[in-house]
Design a binder for this molecule. Structure first.
Ligand SMILES: Cc1cc2nc3c(=O)[nH]c(=O)nc-3n(C[C@H](O)[C@H](O)[C@H](O)COP(=O)(O)O)c2cc1C
Length: 368
């Protein structure tokens, strides 16, 4: 029998050999506590999942004001960088490869997560139209963010570059820019959240793309292009997002990204995390047509649908999120046709401590 297409090797960026085409999707697990620094337990969680062809970390904050999640880790301080070095050393020793997702949460944040820095920031001063945000002081109403000035945009670009340098010092194999799910970069990309009239204007595709372009060009001073990925969510409504022209805009953004010869473009294409319903949802084949950059497909894939997407050449790699929380040895289970454990309950997604984090067993019952 031919091997599952997901279990065939793939060379990323021309020289990074992935042992299979299964990627651990970035997932915030909020186990870094008040210090926002990953520790030995976080390293253990990633080591348990190091049989992925590529491990992408959870979102890591690039600066204090980028912090939008209680207990999520950062990558701007020496202490966090040292913590991540322990993670990458252990993942490498376990035979894994590790990219760091760089995250600025933009308007999804709240002043109480960064009282010294003040209000959350975004492309424009438009609040998320959802009832509450989780803060250190409990559930609070979303606040209207400050629109970034051009000077503060330049400072934010520099924060991304500094975080990218820390990721390099921490021994990561590459970085992923979080341009999806309504966070800061996405607020520039989409008309729903970009009402600017300057050179970052929501009125043109060039204007909307400019912030991501500047961030990308800044991190490319630190990393070679074949070690940098970008994540986008064309169909997503998460964080009150969605632009009517998404079918025109996202292929255009991807074509611009294509010119940089990046490691990959990671598309949250499935609809499980919310669909804005502004038209026919885009599919991987729509993007395969416009780019030769390696693609990672994500959201709601099963073994069968992931295999089909790779076999049909609509994507090169498939990332799995929830299945990987409860099945730390996911590639082995796919290889042997072992029944998967159910998706984890939402109650353990972001809870503190080891329970629901590092206690899921492999198929043979062992907890590594
Ligand atoms: C607990 C949890 C945390 C997540 N955190 C992030 C994150 O930090 N960055 C990100 O880009 N996506 C994040 N996501 C989205 C996942 O990367 C992925 O898109 C989603 O789980 C859908 O894939 P799946 O159907 O294979 O689970 C998160 C999802 C879950 C379930």
């Amino acid at each position: 029998m031919a091997p599952s297409p997901l279990l065939t090797p793939f060379t990323l960026g021309g020289d990074l050999p992935l042992k299979n085409r299964m990627v651990l999707a970035p997932m915030t697990r909020a186990r870094a506590g008040d210090s926002h620094c990953p520790d030995a337990m976080v390293a253990r969680y990633y080591v348990q999942r190091a049989s992925a062809g590529l491990v992408i970390t959870e979102g890591t904050f690039i600066s204090p004001i980028a912090n939008g999640w209680v207990g999520a880790p950062e990558i701007y301080s020496p202490a966090a960088t040292a913590g991540w070095k322990e993670v990458t050393d252990k993942v490498h020793a376990a035979g894994g490869l590790n990219f760091c997702q760089l995250w600025h949460s933009g308007r999804a944040s709240h002043t109480s997560l960064h009282p010294k820095e003040g209000r959350a920031v975004a492309a424009s001063a438009i609040a998320i139209d959802e009832p509450t945000v989780h803060t250190p002081d409990g559930k609070m109403p979303h606040e209207v963010p400050d629109a970034l000035t051009v000077d503060s945009i330049k400072a934010t670009v520099a924060d991304f570059a500094a975080a990218a340098a820390n990721a390099k010092a921490a021994g990561f194999d590459g970085i992923e820019l979080h341009g999806a799910n309504g966070y800061l970069i996405d607020t520039f990309l989409q008309t729903k959240t970009n009402k600017r009239t300057d050179e970052y204007s929501g009125e043109s595709l060039e204007g909307r793309f400019r912030f991501l372009k500047e961030v990308l060009e800044a991190v490319l001073e630190v990393w070679p292009a074949n070690r940098v990925g970008v994540r986008l969510s064309p169909n997503g409504s998460y964080n009150d997002q969605g632009s009517p022209d998404f079918r025109e805009a996202f292929p255009w953004f991807v074509k611009q990204l294509d010119t940089y010869k990046l490691a990959y473009i990671h598309l949250l294409i499935g609809l499980d995390f919310g669909f804005h319903k502004l038209g026919e949802p885009m599919v991987m084949a729509d993007f395969r047509k416009v780019t030769s950059t390696p693609l990672i497909a994500n959201c709601g894939y099963t073994q069968e649908s992931g295999e089909k997407e790779v076999a049909d050449r609509n994507t090169d790699l498939v990332s799995y999120g929830r299945p990987w929380i409860t099945n730390p040895d996911l590639p082995a289970r796919f290889a042997t046709g072992t029944k998967l454990a159910d998706h984890p309950p939402v109650s353990i997604w972001y809870s503190a401590g080891p329970k629901g984090y590092v206690d899921y067993p492999n198929a043979d019952g062992t907890v590594v």
